[in-house]
Write a new protein. Structure first.
Length: 257
């Protein structure tokens, strides 16, 4: 099945629903499996491969559609200033978040790479692999798929909500923590969605790079996974600031279908 430029509602909803279902179920199963392995969570979380498995299932059921929407994931092509700006935004988010957290607590937290339980080079490579395993689903499949029915901003927000809810364990924390985490995922999804709107190549490399920088920054500078509300709130607000900058700089068409 190959959709037209806009596609039909059914032609978009069915693959999106299948992808989401597989991503959620596979992530849960992989999370349980990780407990039986010696792989440290700071190196890589097997749950990150849930979206990649969702892509595989969609590719089996709708091969033509998968080829079409994934065509911009890799391949040759220029990205212009988009790549550097997107990666610079990840750094901006981390600087703002760590700075705000430092102001709140009176201490800027920093974990030296040598103090981690695994070699930092291994963590960087594994984090990039895990980030790409997520992003091939969220930004390389689901984003362009939903984009056939929705405008850039609406698509980015929708993907961000699904991406946030997909992190199911987060909702075992306090409501304030979960809310700040959702704010972060939606805001980061808006940043990536708008940045990649006209990029037709290297989408996986760019989104995976952004995601990796964020994960490494959180690991080194913030203890947001501790369940404490202050760091995740600082991070969420910094993501929102970055998203507002991208929305402000984006052309008026982001509000249109």
């Amino acid at each position: 099945m190959v959709l037209t430029e806009r596609g039909t509602a059914r032609g978009v909803v069915a693959p999106a629903a299948v992808f989401s279902a597989v991503a959620f179920v596979a992530a849960g199963a992989l999370g349980v499996a990780q407990a039986a392995t010696p792989i440290p969570a700071e190196v890589i979380q097997l749950t990150q491969f849930g979206p990649a498995l969702g892509v595989v299932v969609v590719a089996v059921l709708w091969p033509g559609l998968a080829r079409t929407v994934l065509s911009g994931a890799v391949g040759r092509g220029r990205v212009g200033a988009t790549g550097p700006l997107l990666l610079a935004t990840a750094v901006l988010i981390l600087v703002l978040g760590a700075g705000a957290y430092g102001l709140l607590t009176g201490d800027v937290r920093f974990t030296a790479p040598g103090a981690l339980s695994s070699p930092f080079a291994l963590i960087v490579v594994a984090q990039f692999i895990g980030a790409c395993a997520e992003e091939i689903g969220w930004r390389c499949l689901l984003q362009p798929l939903l984009r056939r029915r929705l405008g850039p901003l609406a698509t980015s927000i929708t993907v961000g909500v699904l991406w946030g809810v997909w992190h199911v364990p987060v909702f075992g924390q306090s409501p304030a923590y979960a809310g700040a985490f959702l704010l972060a995922t939606v805001s980061m999804s808006v940043v990536m969605g708008l940045a990649l709107e006209r990029v037709r190549a290297h989408r996986l490399l760019l989104s995976g790079g952004f995601h990796t920088l964020i994960n490494l920054g959180l690991l080194l500078f913030m203890d947001e996974e501790s369940g404490a509300v202050a760091p995740i709130t600082a991070f969420g607000v910094s993501c929102l600031v970055a998203a507002l900058i991208w929305v402000w700089r984006a052309p008026a068409r982001i509000h249109l279908r």
